[in-house]
Design a protein around this ligand. Sequence first.
Ligand code: FEO
Length: 398
Amino acid sequence: MHNYRQITEYLFNVGANDRRIRMFENAHPVPRGMSYNSYLLLDEKTVLLDGVDNAIIEQFWQNLTAVLNGRHLDYLVINHIEPDHCHPIPELLRRFPGLTIVGNKKTFTMLEQFYEVDLGGHMLEVKEGDTLQTGKHNLTFFMAPMVHWPEVMVTYDTTSKILFCADAFGTFGATDGRMYADQYKFEEEYLPEVRRYYATIIGKYGRNVNNLFDKIANLEISMFCTLHGPIWRKDFHLILDKYKQWASYTPEERGVVIAYGSIYGNTALAAEILANKLADGGEKTVKVYDVTATDPSYILSDCFRYDRLVFASATFNAELFPFMETLLLDLKAHNLTNRTVALIENGSWAISSGKRMREILEQMKGLNILEQTLTIKSSPKDAEVQALDELAKTLLTA
Ligand code: FEO
């Protein structure tokens, strides 16, 4: 049975939710599932804007068939060739022999890398600013490289003023009936997962996100139709303001993230003592994470949110505790910058976790890493508690 959603007189979402998925991209936990949007425009020509993931393919076919209601599909616009949006392409070519696929040069290169398809006679290659008239609607294409992948583009319908914005403004989590972002409580229901999605999926590419903003700055936009999560139809400043902060790696607010990797609880104890001292000193927001208990995506997300970070790690096999190494390499991979960072190391002999943490962090541009690493030998004693007190004072005024 079909279960599509109608957005305007001419536009439908033929995508669906996947609530069985455990890890998006087999990398990031999605406890609330994932949605995959696919937009079908019924004009004199029929146009599908992006497809869906394999996980929801049967629902997609039901939806597409129902909305087309016997019509042929004329165009498939590929704004993003990542497989979570492209699984139906080979079957679309079989079902609709006259289908024209719209993409840019890189789209088609990757399309042929992923799928064994004969694109002869099916390709319409577009460049920046090219347009496609579909009847009443006129689609204009803008390249948005690295707003996740290099081939990404966005499509602007000059008739309806809708921007089909690929992964931009997407979020983790399935939608639950409400298809517009303004139907969700922004701070509590929407923001945590859209931030984590941004940080993990797009966070590395802040400069490219800003480039896209420059391109669309003068467009009149009625809706942002993203590929994941609810559609934006009003109050755009809420998401745009956040995106501008994240893209410039500007902390959203003051707060201290303490992430620790502890084997027998002594490094954890140091982290907890520091958290208490910060709170006692007036710090309003302190977030403490055990790196073995919390997936790095959640910690990364908070590192995008807050301005001061503390990493406390045991030495392990004369190296850095592996879960801490994973976290720091993740931060580095996402180009995080503009933060004050403090380090706490622990070990019983050949203490090296501080040195290794510093090596990773010093490869990241623009971090203010406090010169002094706080060293603990096996467990914190009075001298280390005093040092934690000093560190708290430094962080409170940083
Ligand atoms: Fe939703 Fe970059 O794919």
